[in-house]
Design a protein around this ligand. Structure first.
Ligand SMILES: Nc1nc2c(ncn2[C@@H]2O[C@H](COP(=O)(O)OP(=O)(O)OP(=O)(O)O)[C@@H](O)[C@H]2O)c(=O)[nH]1
Ligand SMILES: [Mg+2]
Length: 490
């Protein structure tokens, strides 16, 4: 029993009372209304936001005698999209409701509708796009967020776009909108909200406190994917560093918000190390990882020097994530780098030898994919791995020509290359997945973007690519004038 006064009521942190998907808080709020007014909008927002079993108002007259009573509870997912039901009984003396039984059956129904959507044991998430601009743009961006969430093995139960006129500094969106999101989570048995928008540390904290849900943003989702995929020691260190740098300003003094921030998704440290949540220890760990990374970097530089001694030209495959880079490497070199239809399959670069006619060899490397608005911490972290790109004679920029977002993806890659100071290296645009286009469309794309069209799945489409690669790697090799020329300056 928690008692408040006419000004406010202090509800302690009830996180531990949340008993699982489909369960309400086990808390009913009963208050008086003195002027016979019905349950207010705020009452209903609180009902949803706090996950209360019931919101009750009793009308009390001037004589202090209770009269009518109103009560509201949320509703499970329903075709009419109704969020709650409000009932009124004119005389409290005639109130005959088995509230315990009613709440029990509501919870049963919530559990049933939410588990009905369950796909195995995957964590469920509701995605939120927040925009002040056109909603089609937010929709496109949310599509990519969904791909990211699926790549992180999450079960996306709903996607919601919130149009906002101005940003609410505390929650980003208004409290009413927020309560709708919480309701969607309660109805679908999800306790994870993913924002397609950068959240400030303070916003994450207020949102987590207000909703008692796990709150993460797009950057953190990407970090989580990276954490799951990193294989090599170096990859793991880089991801953990990026995670620590991202988390450091978000480390709350309040433990509950923190446990929501670090539990499960968003707080997975790669490998065996559990993420430290204490600021001081986080800083120490950052320093230690940095030292280890320096050492690995020196070893890599040695390797790089050795390779440069052998003077084999290097061709690096770059491009948006899921464009087909690893598939191309495999097909070109008959190897078996992991290929998967999900984002960020490849994290750690791999190199193979590729033999051209006339016994000419090059080293060809596959790299981590790019994505628009890659979190800065990750760009920094991977800049080291991507340093090897500096040695490349040629970059193969692979694009998924069948993607409706192709041009935007090309731009994102160009921008990342510029940031990494790789703009000066010759580049060959490879329009991939043309098996999904009709031949005419492919020809038009080749012409428009000055690239070579291939299907990485089909080596028979590679002849143009191979010719073009040779021409760019050995620009003088095939010109007959080299052997015949008797020009004095040569
Ligand atoms: N239809 C078709 N699918 C392709 C082609 N090339 C690649 N794919 C598919 O596209 C998906 C992604 O391929 P990957 O080679 O893993 O892509 P990637 O660029 O290495 O992706 P990340 O490592 O995640 O950045 C896989 O399902 C491939 O089978 C192609 O030419 N045609
Ligand atoms: Mg790959």
């Amino acid at each position: 029993m928690i008692v408040g006064d006419d000004k406010n009521i202090l509800i302690p942190d009830l996180g531990r009372f949340r008993l699982g998907p489909g369960r309400l808080k086990g808390l009913r709020c009963v208050h008086t209304h003195l002027h016979g007014e019905p349950l207010s909008k705020e009452d209903l927002t609180d009902l949803v936001l706090l996950g209360l079993d019931l919101m009750v108002s009793i009308h009390v007259g001037e004589d202090g005698i209770p009269g009518s009573i109103s009560y509201a509870h949320i509703l499970p997912e329903n075709v009419r999209g109704e969020k709650w039901r409000v009932e009124e009984v004119p005389d409290i003396g005639r109130l005959q409701v088995d509230f315990q039984g009613m709440i029990q059956s509501l919870e049963d129904e919530l559990a049933r509708t939410s588990t009905g959507r369950r796909l195995g044991d995957r964590e469920k998430a509701v995605l939120v796009g927040v925009t002040a601009g056109p909603s089609w743009k937010a929709r496109e961006s949310l599509d990519e967020l969904r791909d990211l969430a699926l790549s992180d093995n999450l079960d996306v139960v709903d996607t919601v776009i919130q149009q906002i006129k101005q940003k609410n500094p505390r929650f980003l969106i208004g409290k009413g909108k927020l309560s709708e999101l919480v309701l969607r989570c309660t109805q679908t048995g999800s306790d994870l909200l993913i924002f397609d928008h950068e959240l400030t540390p303070a916003q994450v904290r207020s949102l987590a406190d207000a909703t008692e849900l796990k709150i993460i943003d797009r950057s953190q989702l990407i970090l989580d994917i990276f954490a799951k995929r990193a294989v090599t020691r170096e990859g793991k260190i880089q991801v953990e560093l990026a995670q620590l740098r991202y988390l450091l300003p978000r480390l709350a003094t309040k433990n509950t918000a923190m446990s929501r921030l670090t539990g499960g998704i968003g707080g997975r440290g790669p490998g065996e190390t559990k993420l430290e949540i204490n600021r001081r220890r986080a800083r120490e760990r950052i320093a230690r990882l940095n030292r280890e990374l320096q050492q690995i970097k020196r070893q890599r530089e040695d390797r790089r020097r050795l390779r440069n001694l052998r003077r084999l030209p290097v061709v690096s495959i770059v491009g948006y994530t899921n464009a087909g880079k690893s598939t191309l490497l495999n097909s070109l070199t008959h190897s078996r780098v992991a290929v998967e239809n999900r984002l960020f399959e490849t994290l750690d670069p791999s190199s193979r030898r590729l033999r051209f006619p006339q016994e000419r060899d090059v080293i060809i490397t596959d790299t981590v994919g790019f994505i628009r608005d890659l979190p800065e911490d990750l760009v920094d972290a991977f800049a080291a791995t991507l340093e090897e790109l500096q040695d490349a004679e040629l970059l193969l920029h692979v694009v998924d020509a069948s993607s409706p977002r192709m041009e935007e993806q090309m731009k994102a890659v160009e921008e990342t290359l510029r940031k990494l100071d790789l703009g000066r290296i010759p580049r060959l645009l490879v329009l991939n997945k043309i098996d999904r286009l009709d031949p005419l469309q492919a020809a038009v794309l080749e012409n428009t973007f000055k690239g070579v069209a291939i299907s990485a799945l089909d080596r028979r489409t590679f002849s143009g690519l191979i010719d073009e690669m040779q021409r760019l790697i050995w620009p003088h090799a095939s010109t007959p004038s080299i052997s015949t020329s008797s020009h004095p300056s040569q």
